[in-house]
Design a protein. Sequence first.
Length: 428
Amino acid sequence: MANVTVVGAQWGDEGKGKIVDWLSNRADVVVRFQGGHNAGHTLVVDGKVYKLALLPSGVVQGKTSVIGNGVVVDPWHLLTEIGKIADQGVNITPDLLVLADNATLILPLHRDLDQAREAASSQKIGTTGRGIGPAYEDKVGRRAIRVADLADPEALKPKIERLLSHHGALRRGLGLPDADAGQLFDQLMEIAPQILAYAQPAWRVLDQAKKAGRRILFEGAQGALLDVDHGTYPFVTSSNTVAGQAAAGSGMGPKGPGYVLGIVKAYTTRVGEGPFACELSDEVGKHLATVGREVGVNTGRPRRCGWFDAVLVRQSVAINGIDGIALTKLDVLDGLETLKICVGYKIGDKVVDYLPAGMRDQAAAEPIYEEMEGWSESTAGARSFKDLNANAIKYVRRVEELIGAPVALLSTSPERDDTILMRDPFEG
Ligand code: IMP
C-alpha cells in the first residue's frame, strides 16, 4: 500500500485541506514537511468549519500528526492554534502531535523583518508577513534557533547572541530598534515546557510507522508555482513546495512520498504579487472570485482569479512527479457560457509551451486560449461522475489530456462527502 503526498499544483489555495482531511480517513499518520503558518487550510466537517495554518489537517480526525523538520514553526502561534482547536472540541495531546526536534523556529524578529521589508520595498512580494522567509534565511545561514535548543538554555544563550548580531545590522537598516537578547531568551523559556512536550525525533517516529506498515499521508502547503526553485521567482515562498520535499522535510527517504496527488483548481488563483498570465479583471474574474469565495483563509486578502492554465499545471505535473490530480471547485464554473483554457504563451514573437524561468519572460507571457462550451446545469454536490453534464465531463477530460495526468478525485463542494473517487491514491 502506497503512502500519499498531497501537493498544490498551482499557486496554493487549491483546496488541499479538504482533500487531505478526506484522505486522512484512510491514513494512520499525517505529516507537514515545509512552509509554516503562512498556509491556510479550511476543513468543513459536518458543517463545522476548522481553520488550520500550522497543524497537519489529520488532527481533526485524531490521526497521529507530525510537523516535520522542513517546517518553520512559530511556537507562540502553535500554542494559540492548539488552544483554538481545543475550543472546537479537538484535544491535541503529545500522543497525537509530534513536533520535529530539529525544526527551525520562527521568532518575533523574523516577523518584524518580513513586515518591515514588505513595507519598505519598492518590489513587494506580497508575503503573508508571518516571518517565513527570514526564518528560512536563518536556517540556511546556520544561525537558526531550533526546537531542541529550547531544552538546552546554556547553549541557547550564545546562539541568541549570534543571531542578534546578524539581525542588528538588518534591523538598523530598516529603522527597527535592536532586539533584546534577554527578553527573547525569557520569552522562549516561558513556552519551552509546553513546546518540548510535543518534541521528538520525527524521522524516528516515521521510520517506526513505516516499519509497522502504517499509511503515511504527506500534506503539502502552498503550491508548485510558489516553490523557491521552480516557482515564479522571486514572487514565491521560501521553501520547496514540490513533492520531493516530502522526503527531506520529514526525514524519510526518497521512496517515502509514494503516490503524488496534485490538487488542481478548475480555474486559477493567486494571492500576493507576481506574474499571472491568465488573470481576469472582467465580469468572469468577478464571477470566479465571488462564486468561488476567493479570499485568503489566513490573511483575508482577496485572491486574483483567472482561467485554467494548462501550461502551468503540465509543468507542475512534471516537477512534482504527479501521478493523479484532485480537481476542485468545478462547480464555480457553473453558469459560464464559454470557458477558456490556456494552452501556450506568446512572449514577444515567440510561442512557448512552458513557463520560462526569466522574470521578464514570465511577466510578458500572454495566454493562448482554446475555448470550450460551458454549462448551465449545477455540478455542485455531485457524488458520481455520471451526475455531471456532458460539457463538464468534456472539460474534465480535456484538462486531463492537456496536463498529462488523470483525475483521481473530483471535489464538488467544500463538504467532505461531496467528493467523487475515480481512483484510490492509496491503492497506487
Ligand atoms: P510568504 O510565504 O509569507 O513568504 O509569502 C510569499 C508568497 O507566497 C506570497 O505571494 C504569498 O501570498 C504566498 N503564499 C504563502 N502561503 C500561501 C498559501 O498558503 N496560499 C497561497 N499563497 C501563499
